[in-house]
Structure formats: structure tokens, C-alpha cells
Design a protein around this ligand. Structure first.
Ligand code: CIZ
Ligand code: SF4
Length: 303
């Protein structure tokens, strides 16, 4: 007999006293069964404050790790063990240590897309929705920012009075966008509005009408009375936009922008995750406490 994954997930979720969190980049059917859908900042706040004992994190590993760092007493499950983030993997603790020695007066700000080890070496964490606020709130003039050089250079453009030392990481999904695709869309539909994520490269950001995090892009689209939008970020965000505004038209550069890791999670994985209570995220307590400081500072400075 075929399993109705949706019904079984809802049943198991109750039995396990679990909450299902889904990132905006997840598949539509995963977003539809989730208790909360959002960006990593919003989801990390829910993970911190929720009453459920089990958190099923439909996203990539650094997100589930962040939930565990914030809620160590809860069981945090990642449905697909190899759903990672290549950008997060581009930074390592040894490299951060070296930079720290070279720039002893700098504050280390890490994008939430980083490993627990890198967070543990950092002073404060940020996401694309709170990075500007957090860095403006820091007294230090020198900032080591990692791992995303594109988000880093975007922040640098907005806060020119500070000195930035940027790591050389990038998102492979956002790197694929070419500025020609944006120009082509404008030629084809002169009324189109282009929204881009700051993980895109500078020529793409420069060609956009709006730059923001996933949540900010969704808000921008929702508030606008325009009909057509080109969205330069992972295409999962279109699901909430279409639910909010079914009459608007949405386009993606190159016809598609999909993060293979975000798309590894299917309903059957969420079902197996709740059935077998796997994959359990565990962290050494010393590492967790150090990484906690960076995340807790993010909530203090970016709240
Ligand atoms: O912070 C996040 O959730 C990511 C990865 C993107 C965004 O802008 O929301
Ligand atoms: Fe990582 Fe980019 Fe995928 Fe986000 S979209 S999880 S930054 S590879």
C-alpha cells in the first residue's frame, strides 16, 4: 500500500512532539507541511523559543546545527544527512585563526552559512537580513567577514567607513546568475522589477532594482503594485510569493536557480526522519558554547 507521507508526517509529528521548520529554498510540498517557513534568522528564533522537544529542520546542515547550538536540550533532526552548504564548507577554523592573528583588532563576523567550528571562532554571527544592522552596531572599525565575499562586498559598499577583510567564499547557486540575463529580461519586459540576493555577484547586484535577503525580497514583491518580477535567488522563494500574490508574474534568471542541497529533502525523507528519529545533530558542549556566543550576539545586536 502506498504511504500518504503528508498524513503520516502529521501523525508522527504529534506523537514525537515535534515542530517542522522549512527554509524558503525548500521544495513547495515541504514548505506546505511545515509549521514555520522562513529565512535562517527567523527559523533560528523559532528554534530558540519553541516549546516542542524535537525540531525537524528542513534545510541544510548549518541551519540544523544553529538550531542545536541555540537549543541544546532539544533533539534537532536533519532529514537528509548530506544536505550541506558548499559555501559554508569554504571556511575553516584554521584559516580564521590565521586571519585573527594578522588582524588582532578586527571583529570577526560570520554569515550564518558557516560551520559550528567557524561560528565558535567568531564574535558575532549574521544573516543577510540583519548583517548591516549588526555591523553598524559594532564599535570596531575593522571587520573580518566570512565566508561570502559577495555579501561581504555588498555590506562594504553600504558601510564604507569601516575596513573589511573578506574571505573568498561564494554560493555556487547565486554565482550562476549572469548580468546579461537581467538585461535580457528588462529588454523583453521593460516594466519588470528585478530583485536580487546579496549573495549574487556585483554586476548582478548593480543591475537589480532591489537587493535583499529572501524575506526582504518576499516583502518587496508583496508591497509592490508591479505585475512582473525577476527574482535572482534560489527559486524556492517563489512558492510563498505565488501563494501571497497569485496574479503576479515571476521569472528566474536563466529559467531556473536551484540549490541541489536544498532540494535533497523530499516528503519521504521527513517521514523517515520522524519515524527513525534521524539524523540527530550532536555537538561537543565546548564547541557549542563558543558557537552559542556568536549566535546569541546576533540575536542581541540584530533583534
Ligand atoms: O539567511 C538565509 O536564510 C539565507 C540562506 C538566505 C536569505 O537571504 O534568507
Ligand atoms: Fe549554500 Fe547557496 Fe545552497 Fe544557500 S543556496 S545553501 S548558500 S549553496
Amino acid at each position: 500500500m502506498e504511504i500518504n507521507f503528508k498524513d503520516e508526517i502529521l501523525k508522527l509529528k504529534k506523537e514525537r512532539n515535534a515542530i517542522i521548520l522549512a527554509h524558503y529554498y525548500q521544495r513547495s510540498d515541504i514548505q506546505d507541511i511545515a509549521d514555520a517557513v522562513g529565512d535562517s534568522y527567523y527559523l533560528s528564533k523559532i528554534a530558540k523559543d519553541c516549546k516542542e522537544k524535537v525540531i525537524v529542520f528542513c534545510g541544510v546542515k548549518f541551519m540544523a546545527e544553529s538550531a542545536k547550538i541555540l537549543s541544546p536540550k532539544k533533539t534537532v533532526l536533519l532529514p537528509v544527512i548530506d544536505a550541506g552548504c558548499p559555501m559554508a564548507d569554504m571556511a575553516d577554523a584554521e584559516g580564521v585563526e590565521e586571519l585573527k592573528k594578522k588582524h588582532p583588532n578586527a571583529k570577526i563576523v560570520c554569515y550564518i552559512n558557516s560551520s559550528a567550528e567557524v561560528k565558535a571562532m567568531s564574535d558575532v554571527c549574521c544573516t543577510s537580513s540583519n548583517a548591516l544592522k549588526i555591523i553598524r552596531n559594532l564599535e570596531e572599525e575593522e571587520i573580518i567577514f566570512l565566508p561570502d565575499k559577495n555579501l561581504g562586498s555588498y555590506i562594504q559598499e553600504q558601510i564604507p567607513e569601516k575596513k573589511f577583510i573578506l574571505w573568498n567564499g561564494f554560493c555556487i547557486t547565486h554565482k550562476k546568475v549572469r548580468p546579461e540575463e537581467l538585461a535580457k529580461a528588462k529588454n523583453l519586459h521593460p516594466d519588470i522589477l528585478i530583485a536580487a540576493h546579496p549573495e549574487c555577484e556585483k554586476p548582478v547586484r548593480d543591475a537589480a532594482d532591489f537587493i535583499g535577503s529572501t524575506g526582504e525580497i518576499i516583502k518587496f514583491v508583496n508591497k509592490s503594485s508591479n505585475k512582473r518580477f525577476l527574482i535572482a535567488t534560489e527559486e524556492g522563494v517563489l512558492h510563498q510569493m505565488k501563494l501571497n500574490d497569485p496574479n503576479k508574474e515571476f521569472y528566474i534568471p536563466g529559467g531556473g536557480m536551484s540549490c541541489i542541497n536544498m532540494k535533497k529533502t523530499y516528503l519521504k525523507d521527513v517521514y523517515n526522519c520522524l519515524l527513525n528519529m534521524e539524523y540527530n545533530i550532536e555537538l561537543k558542549e565546548e564547541l557549542r558554547q563558543k558557537a552559542y556566543n556568536a549566535l546569541s550576539n546576533m540575536h542581541k545586536l540584530g533583534g
